[in-house]
Design a protein around this ligand. Structure first.
Ligand SMILES: O=C(O)CCC(=O)C(=O)O
Ligand SMILES: [Fe+2]
Length: 232
């Protein structure tokens, strides 16, 4: 997770990119699969690979997963002392043995073709009125201290897969801040993006934010894939 910075191409080329080749290969493979799938819509932007699939989950499945989130949600762990309202939602890992969670994972595997063992545990997140996740990247900043542990735990993040479980009355959109793209939550819709560029370097244009919910509540589940098998 990193703070926005102007893109300095020279600095980017000297930024360490430890899993670069693996990330480029994953990007190639997933890109080809998505392009061949008629259910996949590409968000029309050039500087990032962002896709959506409608009705990835049906209404009953969404309802079921929202109740799972209610059981596990605790204040989200990424809060910054300097910025206490950085990520104010509640989140938690949903039970991996749950049949609907397993179905979500199977569908993600069919869609992306990435070994599920390369993905982190599916996380649920709930935002009530005023709650948000400010602008950030999902990729890890490999110049930061936390990278040592994350690198050993599965390496850089490759793709993010997020499912909106409900349609929010007002607010709560996902905004790609550098691309001028906003995605309104729609029940059952999957949003997918490559956190890296085709060459396997991190993509600053994937900076995004979950804007505050204005009315109602917002539920999502997310699976973050890595460049290798995830876990100690
Ligand atoms: O809730 C959203 O719209 C985005 C969430 C997000 O960016 C994250 O959990 O990393
Ligand atoms: Fe994110």
């Amino acid at each position: 997770m990193v703070q926005p910075d102007p893109i300095d191409e020279h600095a980017e080329r000297s930024r360490p990119a430890p899993d670069r080749r693996a990330l480029a290969a994953i990007g190639d493979k997933v890109r080809a699969r998505l392009a061949a799938d008629p259910t996949v819509y590409r968000v029309p932007v050039e500087r990032a690979e962002i896709f959506a699939v409608g009705d990835f989950l049906d209404a009953h499945e969404c309802e079921h997963v929202m109740r799972l989130i209610d059981e596990v949600a605790r204040p989200s762990d990424i809060t910054r002392d300097a910025e206490p309202d950085f990520r104010t939602s509640y989140s938690g890992d949903v039970p991996q043995s749950d049949p609907v969670v397993r179905a979500v994972e199977r569908r993600l595997y069919d869609l992306l073709g990435i070994d599920l063992a390369w993905g982190e545990t599916v996380q649920g997140q709930r935002y009530t009125v005023g709650q948000q996740f400010k602008e950030h990247c999902d990729w890890f900043d490999t110049t930061q201290g936390y990278w040592r542990a994350e690198g050993q735990l599965g390496g850089q993040r490759s793709w993010t897969a997020m499912v909106y479980l409900n349609t929010v009355e007002a607010g709560g959109v996902t905004e790609f801040t550098r691309l001028g793209v906003t995605i309104p939550p729609q029940a059952g819709a999957l949003l997918l993006w490559n956190n890296n560029r085709p060459d396997g370097r991190v993509n600053w244009d994937t900076l995004h934010a979950a804007l505050p919910v204005e009315r109602g509540v917002k539920y999502v589940i997310t699976k973050w894939f890595r460049s290798r098998r995830w876990g100690a």
